[in-house]
Design a binder for this molecule. Structure first.
Ligand SMILES: [Zn+2]
Length: 386
């Protein structure tokens, strides 16, 4: 904090903040629905080029990447925010402004993160800050929902494979720090049988009744409270008529934990429960055809965590304290899950300001003193690129 170049960079952040508020609105008004982030990605590519990053490109998954070389190639810090929103194509993405409060879908999550990334690059340039290691900046796709972290998965398994030593994602608002990544398995399970008349074909194994057995077993799972591990049968459907033995039905199931072993244990129990339910149903009704189940994985977010006593978390807490953060690190499900799962030091931080209604159409972002979020991110980036 005593380094004159850092002080100059912090002043630059403050000076530039009003421009970046305008940028935040402008970027938010470029729709980036799930699986269609291309237009916003092209804009970020243009902005990265304008800020003088090296080797600016869009990878084949759609992530925008650019490098700001330091004195040496390593450590190489990947510093990113996500392009995508949860809002489908055709959503009105117009942003309104009332005093310091901006309102529009995605204004905080994660347009705030995107302008923090841009604001950090600009201020480092303005103050001529030379970092010891290198910072690779990215705007990634597929963070939300069924995007399943596909952008960050591609960065670590392909585009930047083996090149990244540390990771920060700027996601949403406030000054929080996330060091535990809640992983999840999501399944759609289809149960099938021959089906028939409820009276005439009585004695036939029934897919819905098999699914009922499975749901009862899932409901009885014992899961650890700490680390918090959860399951939910969220949707069911199927059948044709009250007087027909159904030929098919389905359910959607979500399982979560930040702890690898707990999540894998739960996953194993889930698969066993489906098979046991089918076997029980087929033993109960042997006369007229059997049922089967097909569990399809529709989502997977790898779990992981960065230990609270690791250098990256201690550094993040120390830097955050300078800027008034008084909390402790917490859990979340973000892009940082991917490096955490690989054992690469990783955290997710908020981008400053105050947000409400993330993932809702009337999401708001209060810009009051939001430059503090960019300042914190800048100092943290410089500290970690050492
Ligand atoms: Zn987000």
């Amino acid at each position: 904090m005593d380094d004159p170049a850092i002080q100059a960079a912090l002043e630059a952040v403050k000076r530039n903040e009003a421009n970046f508020t305008d940028e935040q609105i402008r970027i938010c008004q470029i729709a980036a629905p799930p699986f269609h982030e291309e237009v916003r990605a092209q804009e970020l590519e243009r902005l990265f080029q304008g800020l003088g990053l090296k080797d600016v490109r869009i990878d084949k998954t759609g992530n925008v990447i650019g490098t700001r070389p330091g004195a040496s190639a390593h450590p190489n810090l990947l510093f990113q925010a996500h392009l995508d929103t949860v809002f489908p194509e055709g959503t009105d993405v117009h942003v309104t402004r009332d005093g310091t409060v901006l309102k529009g879908p995605g204004i905080g999550d994660d347009c705030r993160g995107l302008v923090v990334v841009l604001g950090v690059i600009k201020a480092l340039n303005d103050a001529n800050v030379k970092t010891a290691g290198t910072i690779t900046f990215a705007a990634d796709v597929g963070e939300e929902g069924l995007g399943d972290l596909r952008g960050t998965k591609a960065l670590f398994s392909d585009t930047l494979k083996g090149q990244i030593d540390k990771f920060i994602s700027v996601d949403g608002t406030g000054l929080s720090i996330t060091n535990a990544g809640v992983g999840s398995y999501r399944y759609r399970v289809e149960f099938k049988g021959p089906g028939g008349h409820s009276f005439g074909a009585f004695g036939m194994a029934n897919p819905i009744q098999a699914m009922g057995r499975a749901i009862a077993k899932i409901d009885n799972f014992d899961v650890p409270k700490d680390p918090k591990t959860t399951f939910n049968v969220g949707r069911v459907g199927g059948g044709t008529s009250v007087n027909a033995i159904p030929f098919e039905c389905w359910m959607e199931v979500d399982m979560r934990s930040a702890d690898k072993d707990s999540l894998e244990t739960l996953h194993g129990k889930f698969k066993a429960a489906i098979q046991e339910a089918v076997n029980e149903e087929n033993r109960r009704w042997t006369a007229r055809g059997s049922v089967s189940a097909d569990p399809k994985l529709v989502g997977y977010r790898p779990p992981g965590s960065t230990p609270a006593d690791s250098a990256i978390v201690i550094t993040a807490l120390a830097v955050s304290k300078i800027f008034g953060f008084k909390g402790s690190p917490g859990e979340g499900s973000t892009d940082a899950n991917v490096p955490m799962n690989l054992g690469i030091p990783a955290i997710t931080i908020g981008g400053g300001g105050r947000g409400t209604g993330a993932h809702a159409l009337d999401e708001t972002f209060d810009t009051k003193d939001d430059y503090v979020g960019t300042q914190r991110a800048l100092v943290l980036a410089v500290a970690l690129a050492r």
